[in-house]
Design a protein around this ligand. Structure first.
Ligand code: GDP
Length: 296
């Protein structure tokens, strides 16, 4: 039967009857389990290493508190270190800029970008009472603009009327103008995705950024793709500059490892997580909850 990391840690450490301080040996044995669990959760190797180093530094020599078992004590240190590394500073979408505030959504095809664009539109409309305009800049995939229109209509969020033959940059310009003239608070730009990153995609993103001057540039990445998602985030950040990340498919069987790698490698805040296909299946990123999921 699958044993969670917490259970494994208790199993190892609670055999120790010794009281006093946690010895290096005890902590090393525990760190082997932590390392295994994180690698199983698809956390990048160097992230695993820096994580276990941090936990070890905090744990070795620590007095064992009488009221808890050594296992519980190490689990708490692991938990707190996970929360720190995941980013305990929860940062929601920043709308502190003159209206219309542009949010640019980037990512690969199939990552959940269009769905997430609609989800954010719905959240800002329904929860934050903002007037939101959605615009699809994806002129490559024929059905993309229509897909966003349908999602907007289903959720009572306005979408920019589709005009055939315009380039992504022209659509971005038209969206920002429509945003200004229509009194919108927020314009969300759903950019084109590709199967993989290429030079042309990056040039297109840079051009859209120049025109729309987005206040937020959010990468939408599929949490189930693990390491690939992390490499993707690095590339997008280097070329376009990201202000945050949305991890989708967090309702899948991934154990949260992608979130840890993503944050540690890019340093960018994970702002939101997608937890399903429905328009309201979007949650604030909660480091404590993800830490709990990794610990099991
Ligand atoms: P895009 O090509 O990046 O725009 O991807 P789409 O928005 O079209 O999404 C691709 C598929 O993933 C669709 O079937 C979505 O319903 C689904 N999807 C998006 N986000 C999530 C999520 O958080 N969880 C799950 N289970 N499915 C999602």
């Amino acid at each position: 039967m699958f044993e969670s990391l917490s259970e494994r840690l208790s199993g190892i450490l609670d055999k120790l009857t010794r009281r006093g301080a946690l010895t290096e040996e005890d902590v090393n044995a525990a760190m082997r389990e932590v390392r295994r669990a994180l690698l199983e959760a698809d956390v990048a190797l160097d992230v695993v290493r820096s994580f276990t180093d941090k936990v070890r530094a905090r744990a070795v020599g620590q007095e064992v508190i009488r009221s808890v078992t050594p296992g519980q004590q190490v689990i708490k240190i692991v938990h707190d270190t996970l929360v720190d590394m995941l980013g305990s500073d929860a940062r929601p979408i920043d709308l502190e800029a003159p209206a219309p505030v542009a949010i640019m959504m980037v990512g690969l095809q199939g990552s959940g970008k269009t769905t997430t664009t609609a989800k954010i539109g719905l959240r800002l409309t329904a929860r934050s009472r903002r007037k939101v305009l959605l615009a699809s800049l994806d002129t490559r995939r024929p059905a993309a603009q229509e897909q966003l229109r349908v999602l907007g209509a289903q959720n009572d969020v306005d979408t920019l009327p589709i005009v055939a033959g315009q380039s992504p940059t022209q659509i971005a310009e038209r969206a920002m103008t429509a945003g200004r003239l229509g009194g919108y608070d927020v314009v969300i730009l759903d950019t084109a995705g590709r199967i993989h990153i290429d030079e042309q995609l990056m040039l297109e993103m840079a051009e859209i950024k120049r025109v729309a001057k987005p206040h937020e540039i959010l990468l939408v990445a599929d949490a189930l793709t693990g390491q690939d998602a992390v490499n993707l985030a690095k590339s997008f950040d280097e070329r376009v500059g990201l202000t945050g990340i949305v991890l989708t498919r967090m309702d899948g069987d991934g154990r949260g490892g992608a979130a840890l790698s993503m944050r540690a490698v890019t340093g960018k805040p994970i702002k939101l997580i997608g937890v399903g296909e429905k328009a309201d299946a979007l949650e604030d990123f909660d480091p404590a909850r993800i830490a709990g999921r990794i610990l099991g």
